[in-house]
Design a binder for this molecule. Structure first.
Ligand SMILES: [Zn+2]
Length: 279
């Protein structure tokens, strides 16, 4: 995982990452505010609607935990961010519905043009961040969980956008929408690297739970969690190599320069291609 530096705690981890290992601490200092800001970095000049093109539904929670999750979501800036993005850059007509409290998910159902997010998703993320003492990094588990919610909503929005516009996907769609979510954050959302890093770290935590891989892991529609983790860091680095110089410090010295160069290329290539479809 990419562990943010803490002013109070210096975390040091082994540098070799195998299964279940903890990755090294890094030294990058990031801005102290980790809130998702709805303000766009860039004002769109074309086809901006005055209203969001997504709508939200909250199903009745059936437990105290779920009720708390619902309240967190409702107060989250992630909702404002998605509304803002849907107004300016990723417009849907008819409106896309996002349902919180669904039984399954996170997922996008093209048959009913609906994103579904269970409250359990929030509860599970919160547990993982808490168990890994994430607050010691300077970002508490609530903010980290809401960061991952923001990225996950954009990921599902990516599925909806691909279906809605019939965008050609030459490769794994799950990888494409991971890229979509990260590129949207990096281009249009303030403090986006913080949001993306929390999301990447959740993949790293999930990866640590795996002792051995089986065939289903390799044939899964998603890339491995650890691949998703490193690829997100790669794109963040590629978006601003000077600012995020330390992000790839987990890579062996001998290979790092080559990967850094590749990440810059990948960020530019993926950005250029997704931006063809965004306002
Ligand atoms: Zn997906």
């Amino acid at each position: 995982m990419y562990i943010r530096p803490s002013l109070a705690i210096a975390l040091n981890f082994s540098s070799q990452c195998i299964r279940s290992c903890v990755k090294p601490a890094v030294i990058l200092w990031l801005a102290s505010s980790f809130l998702v800001h709805a303000n766009s970095k860039q004002a769109s000049t074309t086809s901006v609607t005055s209203v969001p093109t997504v709508t939200y539904q909250y199903l009745e929670p059936t437990s105290a935990k779920d009720k708390k999750a619902m309240q967190l979501i409702k107060q989250s800036d992630a909702i404002n961010m998605v509304s803002d993005i849907s107004r300016q850059h990723v417009q849907f007509s008819p409106k896309l519905t996002i349902v919180f409290g669904a039984k399954d998910g996170p997922l996008y159902d093209p048959g009913i043009h609906q994103i579904q997010i269970p409250y359990q998703y929030i509860n599970d993320a919160m547990i993982r961040f808490t168990q890994n003492h994430y607050a010691e990094t300077g970002v508490d588990e609530v903010q980290a969980t809401l960061d991952t919610l923001a990225h996950t909503l954009l990921h599902e929005l990516g599925h909806a956008f691909i279906a809605d516009r019939d965008i050609p996907i030459l490769g794994k769609e799950e990888d494409a929408v991971d890229n979509f979510a990260t590129i949207i954050l990096l281009h249009y959302v303030d403090n986006s690297a913080d949001i993306a890093i929390s999301s990447a770290d959740l993949f790293a935590f999930e990866d640590q739970d795996i002792d051995t891989f089986d065939d289903l892991d390799f044939i899964d529609e998603h890339s491995l969690d650890i691949q998703r983790y490193f690829h997100m860091l790669c794109l963040i680095y590629g978006s601003n190599p000077d600012e995020y110089k330390s992000l790839l410090s987990e890579i062996d010295d001998g290979s790092r320069q080559e990967r850094e160069d590749t990440c810059i290329y990948e960020y530019e290539s993926i950005s250029r291609n997704w931006l063809r479809y965004l306002n």
